[in-house]
Design a protein around this ligand. Sequence first.
Ligand SMILES: [Zn+2]
Ligand SMILES: [Zn+2]
Length: 111
Amino acid sequence: MSATHRVVRPSWTCAVDGLPWPCTEAQRSLRDNDPAMLRQTMANLMAIAQRELANTDPATLYRRFLAWTLEPDQRCAICGSRRHAMIPGIPPRLTPCDGLRAALAADDLPR
Ligand SMILES: [Zn+2]
Ligand SMILES: [Zn+2]
């Protein structure tokens, strides 16, 4: 990972370009990591960012931190969407899945 495009907290912006982190450059260097490990790392970071960026929509955070780490053929186990998936470490309420929300509301979450 490039040492330059690193995150500045608690604003969660890039130290170089000031863009919301991970910026495009940060994503590019992060992609050198093992995909499963990267996804887990980003999931952990998103959970922290969600606490520190309390005013940010979880769906926006999900796109920013996780959507780009999914495998090309990875689908949501609940609704089949390719834009999100259930990732260990991400609470269901932070996963932008309407099907999951409905299942939670009905207390009918598949195991
Ligand atoms: Zn950057
Ligand atoms: Zn879904």
